[in-house]
Every structure is written in C-alpha cells, then in structure tokens.
Ligand binder design. Structure first.
Ligand code: FES
Ligand code: FES
Length: 154
C-alpha cells in the first residue's frame, strides 16, 4: 500500500492505495464521489472525466499515485454548498442537453475545463473540447448549445 494525498474539490484527502489503483476508483470507491461515472475503463468514452490541475482527463487512465499532491475537481464541485447548480449545469437542463445523463458529468467537466481557459470558445472549439465524451442520446447539438449559452452569458 502507498499513502497519497489528493486535493479533491478543495479538500485535502489522504488515502492508501495499491500501485495499480486508478484515480477513478479512488474517487468512487474510497471517497464516495459517485458523480464521476465508470463506463469503458479504457479511455474511450469520457464518462470518467475529471479536471486534474486544470486539465480535463479520463480518470480511468490515471493511476491514483500519479495524482498524488495534485488538485482534482469532480462534478460534485460544480454546485455550491447549499446544492445550487452552477450556470453550466442549469444551461444543460434548460437546453435539454441531459437525456439518460450517463455522459453528463464527464461532459460538464470537459466543458468547465474549456470555459475556464477560454470563456468565449467558438462552436468548433467546443466540439473539439468534448470530442472525447461520447453521448448516444443527444446528438451533441443541445450540449453544444448549452455550452455556447454559458459562454454568451459569461
Ligand atoms: S470510463 Fe474512463 S474513458 Fe470511459
Ligand atoms: S445523455 Fe445519454 S449518453 Fe449523453
């Protein structure tokens, strides 16, 4: 076992992990943050996307030990302490960008990483930022619209 410390959603969390434990498994199984979804476990679907030191990453491909001492943001960080949703989450709801919702947490985190570094992206930049997030329900148009809406308001 190896002892690591992650800063998760602004809180320092110490966990003991195996060398092969993924960041995704630490978030879900050890820290109880079930918003980050587990799907392909091969880096193909984006359902497990979190933000690691400002960059959207597939947490199923990151070993927990690689995240030692780093800052992780999960979808749980988007709403405030009283549970109020962020403008990005509200826009997804308003624009009908959530259907089954399985892709949504990862999609939101890719969108957040994009908007944090580029508050007014073009449609092409939005499509590129979410290219690693597979959605089988919405056809992407509503998701792109929701992200554009936030960028217009911001
Ligand atoms: S579960 Fe990580 S990319 Fe699919
Ligand atoms: S809303 Fe169902 S996969 Fe995207």
């Amino acid at each position: 076992m190896l002892s690591i410390t992650l800063n998760v959603n602004g809180i320092s969390r110490k966990v003991d992990v195996e060398a092969t434990t993924t960041l995704l498994d630490v978030l879900r199984d050890r820290l109880g943050l079930l918003g980050t979804k587990k799907r392909c476990e091969a880096g193909d679907c984006g359902a497990c996307t979190v933000i690691l030191d400002g960059r959207a990453v597939a947490s199923c491909l990151i070993l927990a030990v690689e995240a030692d001492g780093r800052k992780v943001l999960t979808v749980e960080s988007l709403s405030n302490a009283s549970g109020e949703l962020s403008p990005l989450q509200k826009a997804f709801i308003d624009k009908g960008a959530v259907q089954c919702g399985f892709c949504t947490p990862g999609m939101l985190m890719s969108a957040k990483a994009l908007l944090d570094r580029n508050p007014h992206p073009t449609e092409d930049e939005i499509r590129e930022a979410i290219a690693g997030n597979l959605c089988r329900c919405t056809g992407y148009a509503k998701i792109v619209e929701a992200i554009m809406e936030v960028s217009r308001r911001g």
